[in-house]
Every structure is written in C-alpha cells, then in structure tokens.
Design a protein around this ligand. Structure first.
Ligand code: PLP
Length: 241
C-alpha cells in the first residue's frame, strides 16, 4: 500500500472511533480529502484507495487539477473550501460541485447566476462559512448574521443551501475545540429548526467542520463532513490556512 492509502485508512479509523465515542452512525460523517498544493497524481492515488470527495482552496490550482483528471470526473466530487473573490466565481461555478466558503450574498448570487449558464450541471451545493473565533480570522460571517444570509441563499435558483462551515482558531486544548464546534452546531440547529418546512432548507443537513488536528472534537459536536489534508497527503510546503 502506498503512503496516501495507508494514511487514508488511519484517518478513517480515527473517524470511526470518534463516531463510536459520540454514539453516532458511521454514515453520518463524510471525509473530504483536502488536496490543495498536492498534484493530480496524489488525488489519483487517494481515489484508487477509495476516496471520492476532494477539497481545494485556490481556484487556478484546482481548475488545472480538475481538468487534468476530467476522465475520472464521474467518480470525483470537487469542493471549493478557500476564500472566494467575485472575479473567481465563474470558474468555481463551472468546475466545482460544492462551495463551503460562502460568506456574503454577492458571492452566492454570482455563483447561482453563473451556474445557471451551464444547464447540464446540477445545482451548486453551498455552505455558509461562519466565523466562530472572531478576532483571529477574517473569513466567515458573524454567527448572528448567518441566518439572514442562509435565508437569502435559500431563494436562489441554481444553488442548494446545504449547511454551515467553520474553521475555529487552532488550539490543542480539546475542551476549547469542542466549545467552538458546539457554538457552530447550536447556530446550525437553530437555523435548521426555524426553517424546517421551507423548501429552500430541505437539504440543510451539513456541518462542515473538523480538520487533521481536531476532527475528533468536531465529530463529538455533530460534524457531518470533516476536511482533512495533512493527515492524508502529508505536510504542505506553503503555509496555506
Ligand atoms: C487546508 C484546509 C483544511 C485541511 O487542513 P489540515 O489541517 O491539513 O487537515 C481544511 N479546511 C480548510 C478550509 C483548509 O483551508
């Protein structure tokens, strides 16, 4: 087995243990392999080891990889998870299946309009990124404004509102990790429970949180999608988060 395949097995085991500890079901947590800065060959290796969902942060790097792997496209889903500027939305709307990092309406509106130009493509799946550690990070909308943004996105035609994403400030303190994730979960549940009968919230089922160093805490607090890079592909050369 190659290194990536071995790492994947280890990450899957960590996820399983965390799911068991939280008395949840294994199907409730999906693994997103974050392949940013790693070449298409690394994605292929992970794919051959059974991984199908991949996350990318940089539009240009990602699109090159996606095009290189276009033959494998039926087996892959691509998730955009990095900061997104308006001048890059078109390429994201054309090439990705999901965007986790929507933090303003203008971006969601552009993605919806531009996705609509590709009538053969399914709607783009969107998560709203919330900012749980307000001082440390500039990305993400304030928790208090998340519901308003979700409401507006739920009305757009060519996107589907899927849930919330968060990147808490890094800490090795498990209690602090859980506290941040619990805050996101509370926000997610409040929005979901307020809008249960609205069609635009029918697929609001995703809590995208947890990375290589804190996936256990995230799963304990209800994460449905963990985004794992380093633990699968190894250390990145560039500082990228
Ligand atoms: C890079 C990145 C990850 C993966 O982080 P690791 O610590 O390498 O697992 C997850 N989410 C986002 C948004 C990222 O930018």
């Amino acid at each position: 087995m190659n290194q990536i395949a071995m790492n994947l097995v280890q990450v899957q085991e960590r996820i399983e243990l965390a799911v068991l500890a939280a008395k949840r079901e294994p199907e409730e947590v999906e693994l997103l392999a974050v392949s940013k800065t790693f070449p298409a060959a690394a994605v292929e290796e992970a794919m051959h080891a059974g991984q199908s969902a991949f996350g990318e942060n940089y539009v240009q790097e990602a699109v090159e990889k996606i095009l290189k792997l276009s033959k494998l496209r039926p087996w892959l889903t691509w998730h955009f998870i990095g900061p997104l500027q308006s001048n890059k939305t078109r390429e994201v709307a054309e090439h990705f299946d999901w965007v986790h990092s929507v933090d303003r309406l203008k971006i969601a509106e552009r993605l919806s309009t531009q996705r609509g130009e590709f009538s053969e493509l399914a709607p783009l799946q969107l998560c709203v990124q919330v900012n749980v550690s307000e001082e440390e990070s500039k990305s993400g909308i304030a928790l208090t404004e998340a519901e308003t943004l979700c409401n507006a996105i739920s009305q757009l035609p060519h996107v589907v509102l899927r849930g919330l994403m968060a990147i808490p400030a890094p800490t090795d303190n498990p209690a602090a990790q859980r506290e941040a994730f619990a805050t996101v979960r509370a926000c997610f549940e409040r929005i979901r429970d307020t809008h249960t009968i609205e069609p635009g919230f029918q697929f609001f089922d995703t809590l995208s949180m947890g990375m290589s160093d804190d996936l256990e805490a995230a799963i304990a607090e209800g994460s449905t999608m963990v985004r794992v890079g380093t633990a699968i592909f190894g250390k990145r050369d560039k500082i990228t988060v």
